[in-house]
Design a protein around this ligand. Structure first.
Ligand code: ATP
Ligand code: MG
Length: 358
C-alpha cells in the first residue's frame, strides 16, 4: 500500500531552535518511517516579510544550516525529501489557483498574520503576507499531503488549507486529500525573554546548534520570577519559563520536583535552578551536536541533499499540477486554442496553395 504523506517546513530566516524541535521537528523525526515525508525550506514565505536583496542573499547559507539542523535531529535524507520552495515553480501556480478560492476577510481574521507583520515592524499588511497561509496551502497540497506537523501558531493555517482543499475538490473534482494538522507536544515554546513564543527573528531563542557556553549564557540571562530579588523569597513556578523548560527538557523528574518545591519555599537560588537547566539542555543537545558535526565533516553533503530533494519534489509537483489543471479544465482550454490555430493554419495554407498559379 502506498504510504501517506507529510509536508511541513521552516523559513530560512536563521538556524532552528528548541521551539522548532518541540513544535514540529520531533514529530517529523518520529513519523518519517511511517509516512513519506516532504520538508521544505520556505524561502518564498521569507519574502513575505523580508523581500530585500540582503535577505535573499542569505537564503543559501541559512538553508544549508537548516538542513544541518534537520539531519542533526535525526531526519534521514534517504527517507525524507528536503527541498527548496522557490525552485519548485508549480508552487507559484497552485498558489494562484488557491488565491481564487479564499476571501480577503477570511485571511484578515487570522491573528498570526498580524503578529508576523508586527514582529517584522511593518505598519501595513503586505498583499503577499496576507497570502502567507494560501502559499502554505499550496505547499501542503503540492505533494498531496495527508498530515502537517506544525507548531500552534500554524494550526489555523492548516485549517484554511483544509477549506481550500475541500473547495477545490468541490468545484473541480477530487484532486487533494483534506490534510490533518498535528501540533507538537509543546504547542508553543516560550522564548528566553518570557514574552512570547521562541522565534528566530526575535532574538529569544536557544539554537539547536548553540554550543555549551552559549546555552549557559542564554539560560543565565533568562526571564524568571521578577519578585525573587533574594533566594529566600518564595517564587512562582507556574508560567515561569525556566521551569517550563525544566518540564520539557530535564529528563530527571525528581530533580525538577525538588527544585520546584524549594523554589516555592524560597530555599533555592536562581543560579542553581538555572545551572541545572543549562546542564539538562546541554545533555539534550549533545547527541544533536554530535550528529551535526559528523554531517559537517562530509563536505558538500547538505548541498546534495537539498539539490536531490528539490529534483524529486519537482516530479511530484509536475504530476499534481497536471492533475489540478486537468480537473479545472485549463489543459482543455489550451488544447482547444492550439487545435483551432492549427486548423486555421492548415486551411490558410491550402487556400493560398489553390489560389496560386500552377
Ligand atoms: P520566524 O521568526 O522567522 O517566523 P520561527 O522561529 O517562527 O521563525 P518558522 O519558520 O515560522 O519559525 O516556523 C517553523 C515551524 O516551527 C512552524 O511549524 C512553527 O509552528 C514551529 N515553531 C516555531 N517556533 C515555535 C515555538 N516557539 N514553539 C513551537 N513551535 C514553533
Ligand atoms: Mg514564524
Amino acid at each position: 500500500m502506498e504510504r501517506k504523506r507529510i509536508l511541513t517546513g521552516d523559513r530560512p530566516t536563521g538556524r532552528l531552535h528548541l521551539g522548532h524541535y518541540v513544535g514540529s521537528l520531533a514529530n517529523r523525526v518520529r513519523l518519517q518511517d511511517e509516512y513519506e515525508c516532504y520538508f521544505l525550506v520556505a524561502d518564498l514565505h521569507m519574502l513575505t516579510t523580508r523581500p530585500e536583496k540582503q535577505h535573499i542573499e542569505a537564503i543559501t547559507e541559512n538553508a544549508r544550516q537548516m538542513v544541518y539542523d534537520a539531519l542533526a535531529c535525526g531526519i534521514d535524507p534517504q527517507k525524507s525529501v528536503i527541498y527548496l520552495q522557490s525552485a519548485v515553480h508549480e508552487t507559484y501556480e497552485l498558489n494562484l489557483f488557491l488565491e481564487m478560492l479564499v476571501s480577503v476577510p477570511r485571511l484578515q481574521r487570522l491573528p498570526s498574520l498580524k503578529d508576523m507583520a508586527r514582529d517584522a515592524q511593518l505598519n501595513e499588511m503586505p498583499f503577499g503576507l496576507l497570502g502567507y497561509p494560501v502559499l502554505q496551502s499550496a505547499d501542503i497540497l503540492l505533494p498531496r499531503a495527508h498530515l502537517v506537523p506544525v507548531g500552534k501558531d500554524n494550526e489555523a493555517h492548516v485549517e484554511l488549507t483544509r477549506e481550500l482543499a475541500r473547495r477545490f475538490n468541490h468545484l473541480y473534482g477530487e484532486v487533494f486529500p483534506v490534510p490533518d494538522v498535528m501540533v507538537g507536544d509543546v504547542p508553543t515554546l516560550v522564548g528566553t525573554d518570557g514574552k512570547g513564543k521562541m522565534s528566530k527573528s526575535v532574538g529569544n531563542a536557544i539554537l539547536l546548534s548553540d554550543d555549551e557556553r552559549a546555552v549557559e549564557k542564554k539560560v543565565a540571562g533568562m526571564y524568571t520570577d521578577p519578585k525573587r530579588v533574594r533566594a529566600d523569597i518564595p517564587g512562582t513556578v507556574e508560567g515561569n519559563p525556566v521551569f517550563m523548560y525544566h518540564d520539557v527538557f530535564n529528563a530527571n523528574v525528581e530533580e525538577v520536583d525538588d527544585l520546584k518545591e524549594r523554589y516555592r519555599a524560597g530555599r533555592v537560588g536562581d543560579v542553581e535552578v538555572k545551572q541545572k537547566l543549562a546542564a539538562s539542555l546541554n545533555a539534550f543537545l549533545d547527541p544533536i551536536r554530535e550528529r551535526r558535526a559528523a554531517y559537517e565533516a562530509r563536505t558538500g553533503f547538505v548541498d546534495e541533499v537539498l539539490y536531490d530533494g528539490t529534483v524529486r519534489m519537482r516530479e511530484q509537483a509536475r504530476d499534481t499540477l497536471l492533475a489540478a489543471r486537468k480537473a479545472m479544465g485549463l489543459t482543455g482550454v489550451w488544447n482547444k486554442v492550439s487545435r483551432k490555430a492549427e486548423d486555421a493554419r492548415k486551411k490558410r495554407v491550402k487556400a493560398e496553395g489553390a489560389g496560386s498559379p500552377a
